[in-house]
Unconditional design. Structure first.
Length: 301
């Protein structure tokens, strides 16, 4: 899920966040999920001040207090988090057993029962591209604040992708590569990240930022990448302002229905396929899509 970070004033949550938390707990109970990915804008509207900020308690601990959601959480920062103190969110990893935010960007590897593996490359798209000035008018980031830090991360990303031999290789960040909604495609990621995704045969890219659910798929050089926008865990926005800014026929699914209280995705991986399911805050299964493991022989050629 992405964009789940409540409100900076009482009650410090939204009806959407509360409903999504309940449905996540229900899905975890039924499906025995292993972990959660939280893809930025963890605390609206200006992140946290320090590791003792009450927002950790009021927006996270009190809302996601279900026994089923005590499994590991892996996080990256969004543009609103960067308005505050992201290092404090990283430090909170020492306060909470389930809050795993070891650095601004990091890599995860998990075994899949049956012998397969999945690699997830967690990236900080704000350090790469810069922050947005006016989030609510769909402003594009104007470039990184620290060019050296951005270039260090770009090199790190390429090394992770180049060396991965996982059956499924996922990249997860806050800004979208492709989106039809308010913010649209992120030019910086189109220029720098998208070529790497195809070059190294990435399976899928997961992000938030736009407050809806989308699935887009696009092929280049004989390789297909799945793009999943999952940014409806706190607010829901119906904008389709950038419908014409994504590849023709790439959009496979779009959902933004406030009355159904937001949504999130459930991902299941087996050696045979990976399946992504969108679920709304009313427990309806909205959409499902499966894709195959990577063809590793193509990477080695």
């Amino acid at each position: 899920m992405g964009d789940w970070g409540g409100l900076p004033f009482s009650p410090y949550d939204t009806p959407v966040e509360v409903a999504v938390a309940k449905q996540m707990a229900d899905v975890t109970s039924r499906c025995q999920t292993s972990f959660n990915l939280a893809l930025g804008d963890n605390f609206y509207f200006d992140g946290v001040k320090d590791v003792d900020d009450d927002r950790f308690k009021n927006t996270f601990e009190k809302v996601y207090n279900y026994d089923q959601l005590q499994n590991p959480w892996y996080l990256v920062a969004g543009n609103h988090d960067h308005n505050g103190n992201v290092s404090a969110q990283i430090a909170y990893s020492q306060r909470s057993k389930r809050w795993n935010f070891p650095n601004y960007y990091y890599a995860l590897r998990f075994p899949i029962p049956g012998g397969a593996t999945v690699d997830i490359v967690m990236i900080d798209t704000i350090l790469l591209c810069g922050n947005t000035r006016h989030d609510f008018i769909g402003d594009q980031p104007k470039g990184p604040k620290d060019i050296k830090a951005a270039e260090d991360q770009w090199r790190w990303i390429e090394k992770q992708l180049e060396t991965s031999i996982a059956d499924y290789l996922l990249v997860a960040g806050h800004f979208p590569v492709y989106s039809i909604a308010e913010h649209g495609p992120t030019e910086c990621l189109l220029d720098r990240l998208k070529p790497m995704l195809y070059k190294y045969k990435v399976s899928a890219y997961f992000n938030g930022h736009d407050h809806n659910l989308q699935h887009l798929t696009s092929s280049e050089d004989g390789h297909t990448i799945e793009y999943f926008v999952t940014g409806a865990a706190n607010f829901v926005d119906t904008s389709k302002a950038h419908e014409d800014d994504v590849p023709k026929d790439s959009l496979k699914f779009h959902w933004a229905k406030l009355a159904d209280l937001g949504g999130f995705s459930y991902v299941e991986a087996t050696p045979q396929n990976m399946t992504m399911t969108y679920i709304d805050g009313m427990s309806h299964k909205l959409y499902q899509h499966s894709f195959l493991p990577r063809k590793l022989h193509k990477i080695k050629n």
